[in-house]
Design a protein around this ligand. Structure first.
Ligand code: ADP
Length: 440
């Protein structure tokens, strides 16, 4: 700073001294003229430098920073330094950005950044391919103008991103995408898309395979079963050994038939094309009939009770609901020893939800098994399940049916004390509640 003032004052002081010298020798007028002329020239010089600076600042370029000596040299060299630093920073950012772009392009998933109103801020090449976008042309466009599938538009509008959205036919070629949105920052969203066409194809093949095998097995099994039954009924079959063999064969073919039927039911329920055929299901009437069937199955070994606390009918599929409720009742009978009691209940919960439950005083289930019970072929006690004619698929079927009705399957059980299996239906399925004027 001191250096600056020294250099800044050097020129005016020198001119002043010379002017004083002229004054003492030639008088005041020549001194004033000299002083005025020098100051005027200096002013012109500074104005020229200022104009050069102004001209340069209109389009700053590092290669053409104005040059000079003296005080202006300081200003220009500082400008030079600032410009150089800025250029280095810019180059560094460009390299980092380029690396980021390369990394995101190499991602096996499509990534797009959306603002709070779903306008595209940036997207990588896979996102371009998945949604048919152009990363240059479409920046600033609302993504729902470009990817218009109703389910995708609704997914973004509802903004419940807990589960990914499976999007079929996102573009003309039949690809299946798993789309997930991750909110971040202030209202920004990261849209991540994954091509799962291949996985879907394998899953469909698996489902078709199980369905086809089951279907193929059904006819020969029915034929064998028929012959076994005919042989058992033959009056001249007096050999004990043959009788026992035929009884065993009959038992096993029946079991296989049950298994094949359950596998076919599961395939049908899993088929995404098989949408729920809805109708009005009179649950009280259905439960009366299932109660009687349960008593027949129990053959007097259990005390049965039906607690009908609601007259609610349900919007759903009667055959599927009969199958789900029937499975739970038959399980209660099969896993409750003689003398135990079974209570079937239908009642309304708060806010219009409806609940079906089967409570038994049977063998119960240890808590570590409960989360896995709805897996196919998961059985706590394999031999007991088999002895009572179980296939290990009953609860998997129940779970599917409950999901198709947007319900919840709840299992509460204590080993040695008994179990309660409940199905809770959402309000929209409760026709009694939905027909109330206050519910509208
Ligand atoms: P399974 O045909 O073997 O009964 P499920 O899928 O219906 O197959 O049930 C799976 C397993 O859950 C059964 O093997 C059994 O161990 C257990 N389970 C189901 N219901 C009951 C119940 N009411 N009480 C005790 N255990 C049960």
């Amino acid at each position: 700073m001191v250096d600056f003032w020294q250099r800044a004052l050097y020129f005016p002081l020198t001119v002043l001294l010379i002017s004083l010298l002229i004054w003492s020798i030639f008088g005041a007028l020549p001194a004033a003229l000299f002083f005025g002329a020098v100051v005027f020239l200096r002013m012109l010089f500074n104005l020229r430098k200022l104009s050069a600076l102004q001209y340069w600042s209109a389009a700053p370029d590092l290669r053409s920073v104005p040059e000079d000596s003296g005080l202006w040299e300081d200003v220009f060299s500082r400008l030079n330094k600032i410009m150089r630093k800025q250029r280095e920073e810019r180059e560094k950012h460009a390299v980092a950005l380029h690396q980021m772009e390369q990394a995101t392009s190499a991602l096996p998933e499509g990534v797009a950044i959306l603002d709070e109103s779903d306008h595209i801020e940036w997207c990588n090449p896979l996102a371009e391919a998945h949604f048919g976008l152009d990363s240059v042309r479409d920046v600033g466009q609302q993504i729902t103008y470009l990817a218009r599938q109703p389910e995708f538009v609704q997914y973004l509008a509802v903004a419940n991103f807990t589960a990914p959205l499976i999007l079929r036919g996102a573009r003309q070629d039949d690809i299946v995408l798993s789309v997930k949105v991750v909110p971040y920052g202030i209202n920004n969203k990261l849209l991540i898309s994954r091509d799962i066409t291949h996985l879907e194809r394998i899953e469909t093949m698996r489902r078709d395979f199980v369905a086809n095998v089951s279907h193929e097995l059904r006819t020969p099994l029915t034929v064998i079963n028929g012959f076994v039954e005919t042989l058992q009924d033959m009056p001249n079959l007096d050999n004990d050994m043959s009788r026992r063999a035929l009884a065993l064969m009959g038992e096993q073919t029946n079991r296989m038939e049950g298994l094949v039927n359950d596998l076919l039911t599961l395939s049908r329920l899993e088929n995404s094309q098989n949408t729920l055929a809805e109708e009005v299901v009179d649950i009280p009437v259905l439960l009366q009939s299932l109660h009687q069937e349960g008593q027949v199955l129990s053959a007097g070994r259990h005390e049965f009770k039906l607690e009908m606390e609601s007259s609610a009918k349900v919007q759903g599929n009667a055959a599927e609901l009969r199958s789900a409720f029937g499975n739970l009742i038959s399980n209660a009978v099969r896993y409750t020893p003689q003398g135990g009691n079974i209570v079937i209940r239908w009642n309304e919960l708060a806010e219009g939800k409806v609940l079906f439950s089967v409570r038994d005083s049977g063998i119960g289930i240890a808590h570590e098994h409960i989360p896995r019970l709805t897996e196919r072929f998961y059985r706590v006690d394999r031999s007991r399940s088999r002895e009572t004619g179980g296939t290990g698929l009953g609860l998997a079927i129940v779970k599917h049916i409950v999901n198709r009705h947007q319900g919840n399957l709840e299992i509460v059980s204590e080993e040695g004390k008994g179990s309660t299996f409940s199905i809770v239906f959402p309000v929209k399925r409760n026709l009694l509640y939905c027909s109330k004027p206050s519910a509208k």
